[in-house]
Design a protein around this ligand. Structure first.
Ligand SMILES: [Zn+2]
Length: 249
């Protein structure tokens, strides 16, 4: 993936590599402007920085090289983040993005498109898995002093929907519990325009592609907890077949 167009600004505030793999993207709000942030991060006495800044007009700035550690999330106070490594400065294993604006403000479309492009590029470049624990807000690391960073205006739901689904999101998918449900599921697949079909792993997890489908039809077994789910299940394959027959009309 090509790197998005990012203007190098630079900052004297960073640490040299400490040997940790970057496992998460931490999102911030500037509580100010991009121009102001350029000058604040460029000032050695501020002792703060981030890797990137995204402006309201979609302009992207970079302050710290990816191989170095920005000074964005050093303080840990009442964290709510399972991937936190005890005793290690979170700056050493995170990459940070600042966003122009004030906490609670709704992001402009240009700013949203810029930050999603930046997220996509970082995910591809750093090999980050997309989850709610690997793309986080500053408040997850410091819930006391940074509870409003990046704030309620940050578009988490849209961001995850776009990052997980992209243009390849399935309109509808069928999820089978076991192969016993195949023949019932087959008819459901045909009824839905020969849509994609998945089989549930033995640990009952839901394949990501199936979960990200706009609509998920579960044939047999328990709910997949999909927000737009059709559950066609009975106690055994016969009851499931009956539920499917009713669905097919
Ligand atoms: Zn922050």
């Amino acid at each position: 993936m090509d790197k998005p167009t990012i203007k190098w600004i630079g900052s004297p505030n960073y640490s040299s590599p400490r040997g940790y793999k970057t496992i998460a993207i931490v999102n911030h709000i500037m509580e100010g402007t991009l121009v102001g942030t350029d000058s604040w991060f460029g000032n050695p006495s501020s002792k703060v920085s981030s890797h990137f800044g995204v402006g309201k007009n979609g302009e992207m700035h970079q302050y710290v090289d990816l191989k170095n550690h920005a000074w964005a999330n050093g303080k840990v106070d009442k964290p709510n983040w399972p991937l936190l490594i005890p005793g290690v400065n979170p700056n050493y294993y995170t990459v940070s993005i600042e966003h122009e604006g004030k906490s609670g403000e709704v992001m402009s479309e240009a700013q949203y498109q810029a930050t999603i492009a930046l997220h996509r590029w970082l995910i591809a470049t750093l090999g980050i898995t997309v989850t709610r624990d690997t793309i986080i807000g500053h408040y997850r690391i410091d819930s006391v002093n940074k509870s409003r960073c990046p704030g309620t205006g940050f578009p988490w739901d849209r961001l995850f929907k776009d990052l997980l689904g992209g243009d390849n999101v399935l309109k509808v998918a069928v999820l089978l519990f076991t192969k016993d449900d195949f023949w019932s599921g087959y008819d459901v697949v045909v009824k839905n325009g020969n849509c994609a079909i998945f089989v549930r792993p033995t640990d009952l997890s839901v394949p990501a592609e199936a979960y990200n489908a706009e609509k998920l039809i579960v044939v047999g077994g328990p709910t997949a907890k999909h927000p737009n789910e059709v559950l066609l299940s009975g106690k055994d394959k016969y009851q499931t077949a009956a539920a499917v027959a009713k669905y097919l009309g």
